[in-house]
Design a protein around this ligand. Structure first.
Ligand SMILES: [Zn+2]
Length: 242
């Protein structure tokens, strides 16, 4: 919901929500129409920011995909927002998110994906499913240059990048029930659906298994293994704004 105010006449201001007039302010002995309108606007803007409850916000969450639909005060969103803040108030949770993303990123970069960058948490409203969706963090690289030939090697590499985050936590660090792998696997399955038929020589399960083995091999090479925590530190600094 976007609140705005506009001067309507010399002695009158109006308040609008998403462009619809919802309030009118005149001069009073206590304050001018303009002062009243500005106070009203401040109140509306305060409402649009989820207010801290028990905990304080520890990370910045990109909520632009919620704000544009006017759902910043929706109770489901507000709960979601504070649930994510609560997760990240546990720094071990934040660290795991960052090493997971660092593992993805380093293998992507090793395979020449350009401009790999870290994006922090976000919540958005999915207009199709009519649900709030969110992520803890992600790394994103540029698309492959147009005309890149799709080969079996390329498919394995891209699958290996996707498997790397979960492999680092589960197989290198031995973390049980680490989050994040399920989403990577689901994204992987979606990509499998777009593989050219002549390159579908094995089931997605078989390909994922090979990708995990490849990720483990590459991530445990001494030089790569050293890089992951270093990169994770950079992402942690970005995540917690320090
Ligand atoms: Zn991941």
């Amino acid at each position: 919901m976007t609140a705005t105010i506009r001067k309507h006449r010399w002695d009158s201001w109006r308040g609008y929500l998403n462009g619809v007039k919802v309030a009118e302010f005149g001069n009073t002995p206590q304050q001018t129409a303009e002062e009243s309108a500005k106070k009203w606007l401040e109140g509306q803007q305060r409402k649009a920011t989820p207010q801290p409850r028990s905990s304080e916000a520890v990370v910045e969450i990109d909520c632009s995909g919620v704000a544009k639909y006017g759902y910043m005060t929706h109770p489901v969103f507000v709960k979601f927002y504070w649930d994510i803040q609560k997760d990240f108030s546990d720094h071990e949770f934040g660290r795991r998110v960052c090493v997971h993303e660092a593992a993805h990123a380093l293998l992507m970069e090793a395979d020449c994906i350009q401009n790999v960058r870290f994006l922090g948490p976000a919540i958005w409203f999915n207009q199709e499913s009519k649900q709030f969706e969110g992520r803890g963090a992600m790394v994103l690289g540029d698309d492959m240059p147009p005309g890149t030939e799709i080969t079996a090697d390329l498919i394995l590499n891209v699958s290996t990048h996707a498997a790397a985050g979960g492999v680092w936590l589960a197989d290198v660090e031995g973390v049980v029930d680490a989050q994040g792998e399920e989403r990577d696997y689901n994204d992987f399955l979606i990509r499998c659906g777009t593989t050219p038929p002549h390159l579908r020589t094995e089931s997605p399960e078989q390909l994922w298994k090979r990708a995990k083995a490849a990720a483990l091999k590459r991530l445990t090479e001494p030089r790569m293994k050293e890089k992951v925590p270093v990169r994770a530190e950079q992402y942690l600094a970005q995540l917690y704004g320090r």
